[in-house]
Design a protein around this ligand. Structure first.
Ligand code: OOB
Length: 564
């Protein structure tokens, strides 16, 4: 079992042995250039919010359901700013120190926005978990970041988040506190007397995002105030947000896409209103679009398809909607063509990654480019290389002929130079000259627009939710009846891809599909990682010469699945 050296049964262990630095700074010359160009402005999220509060005090900033009352609340910029000041003082009073990491697992509740600004003002680094994450993932994030605290809610959508956080705290020694938004104790924290706290270093780390993961568990992505705010300002400009725009969040708030593409922060940058939808379904979202006069929203392709269908039979007035962003996974041409007629708004494709780089189609791009490409980069200083896809070590010089498909590499003012405490992984995830290997297979048009045509990385994109095969295989192989397992993506009309686990059972056993899916779920993983299908097979195919690597095996099985 597990003879493949590429498969580490406990990926978290790597990072304990040689964690590497938390932050891989940009080389001095690049940093100086980004400052000189005005991309990095020496501003933190805290001072940025103060500026917004001064400019837009009475305008609506956040509309959403409160975790405390279950009622809808509406806060203007001055109120948001004051809450963030109080929360910062409250966190500091409870021992959260500048530079400490705080795991945040919040659903789409109004308090999310003041809480993250409160943490930022206290100098703490939020680590952004998704509501779908479960015990094994939360333990990994908390342990790897040595989180000092967890911020979460009580029971929500039939899941006890507070109990889950306490279970993590019981296992990860660094976690000293669990803060439950909506509890009386939290209300006290949030009522602290505001005071000025030292402003953190704008070029220092602001927070840790999660990578989709390809080899084992998700890596943590360290972002700085300066680099992220640059991408936020440019996203707001490119998406033409105005003070009277209303941006609807339907995806999980903490994901990089609804956070900053242009997302919550892009909307706030423009003095616009952010409306948080508790759920992404068309009934809920359309009601909010009508009630709040929503002008812009960002969705993943399966959701766009569901909304297109629902639009045909809704009685809701969607006429305020100007732009629907679609990204996170490839938006096929057919779907792209149906969006504008069905929803009466402009389609804007977005191709981004939590590591940094974001592409948008521009609102005045010709229709053909909007329908058939995933846009062009935010910045002229985003360096883009399309390199030989057959060589995993291809460097930034190994570029393919113009118009040929290749692996996308990038370097720039808001793309990280290294994952958090992941020295080993960084050695292969980045080129020697600092380009990030996105793992995406793209074709570049002369206009600079990019078409995503596939991927070279070991990752399954399940309708925008990313699954690392190795992580799921490791869970499967922990089952006593499983000798070996390989997870592959199979084409799916709705999600783009679904997961299928091929499992070789231990001789004489026959674990059932339901049993194996339950087993994986009970190991404490997000529901989207539980294999959609499990297929038992007596043995795995070999390529003739010796043992097949997991990578080759997945490719063979994926091809088999495709051919029926
Ligand atoms: C977004 O971020 P992540 O970090 O969850 O995933 C990044 C990966 C990309 O490397 C690519 O493989 C895939 O998701 N992806 C797309 C895509 N947008 C993302 N693949 C094809 N077409 C697209 N339009 O998913 C994300 C972050 C910011 C904005 C938007 C999406």
């Amino acid at each position: 079992m597990n003879a493949d050296p590429a498969v580490n049964p406990d990926p978290a262990v790597d990072s304990v042995v040689d964690p590497g630095p938390g932050h891989t700074p940009w080389p001095v010359a690049d940093a100086a250039r980004y400052r000189a160009l005005g991309h990095w402005r020496g501003q933190t999220f805290g001072t940025w919010l103060s500026g917004l509060a001064a400019a837009y005090a009475e305008r609506t900033a956040v509309v959403g359901v409160s975790a405390a009352t279950g009622e809808q609340v509406r806060w203007n910029y001055a109120e948001l700013d004051e809450q963030a000041h109080r929360l910062a003082a409250g966190f500091a009073d409870r021992g959260i120190e500048a530079g400490e990491r705080v795991l945040v697992q919040l659903p789409n509740v109004a308090e999310y926005v003041p809480v993250i600004f409160g943490l930022w003002r206290a100098g703490a680094l939020p680590v952004f978990a998704l509501p779908a994450h479960r015990h094994s993932e939360l333990v990994h994030f908390a342990a790897h970041s040595e989180a000092a605290a967890i911020v979460t809610v009580g029971s929500h959508d039939r899941h006890d988040y507070a109990a889950a956080a306490h279970a993590v705290a019981g296992e990860v020694p660094s976690v000293r506190r669990v803060f439950v938004v909506g509890s009386d104790e939290f209300a006290e924290l949030a009522a602290a007397e505001p005071r000025e706290l030292p402003d953190p270093d704008p070029e220092g780390l602001a927070f840790l995002q999660l990578s989709g993961g390809s080899t084992g568990m998700s890596k943590l992505i360290p972002r700085t105030h300066d680099d992220y705010l640059y991408s936020v300002r440019e996203s707001a400009r490119i998406c033409r947000l105005r003070p009277d725009s209303v941006y609807l969040v339907v995806l999980p708030v903490a994901h990089n896409y609804p956070m900053s593409s242009p997302g919550i922060l892009g909307a706030l940058h423009a003095g616009a209103a952010v409306v948080l939808s508790p759920r992404p379904d068309a009934d809920t979202a359309f009601a909010l679009i009508e009630a709040e006069g929503v002008t812009m929203c960002g969705v993943v392709p399966p959701l766009a398809a569901a909304w297109v269908q629902a639009a045909g039979r809704t009685r809701r007035d969607l006429s305020t909607l100007e732009v629907l962003l679609v990204g996170g996974a490839k938006c096929g041409r057919e779907l792209a063509e149906r969006i504008e007629p069905a929803l009466g708004c402009r389609l804007q494709q977005v191709f981004g990654m939590a590591e940094g780089l974001v592409f948008y189609t521009r609102l005045d791009d010709p229709d053909e480019l909007v329908l058939s490409t995933q846009g062009r980069p935010i910045s002229l200083d985003d360096e883009i290389r399309v390199v030989n896809p057959d060589d995993p070590d291809a460097g930034s010089g190994d570029v393919v002929e113009p118009g040929q498909a290749g692996a996308l590499l990038t370097r720039g003012p808001y793309t990280i130079r290294g994952y958090y405490r992941a020295a080993d992984h960084n050695a292969t995830a980045f080129t020697a000259d600092g380009f990030y290997r996105t793992g995406d297979l793209v074709r570049l048009r002369p206009s600079g627009h990019v078409e995503v045509v596939g991927r070279v990385k070991e990752q399954i994109n399940r309708g925008g939710e990313k699954v690392a095969p190795e992580e799921v295989e490791n869970h499967l192989m922990a089952h006593p009846d499983v000798l070996d397992a390989a997870l592959v993506g199979v084409a799916d009309d709705f999600l783009g891809e679904r997961t299928c686990a091929y499992v070789v059972p231990v001789d004489g056993t026959e674990p059932g599909e339901a049993e194996l899916r339950r087993f994986v779920r009970e190991r404490g993983v997000a529901a989207f990682k539980v294999p959609d299908r499990v297929v038992l097979t007596a043995e795995f195919p070999t390529t003739g010469v010796g043992k097949t690597s997991k990578r080759e095996l997945r490719a063979v099985l994926a091809a088999q699945a495709k051919n029926g």
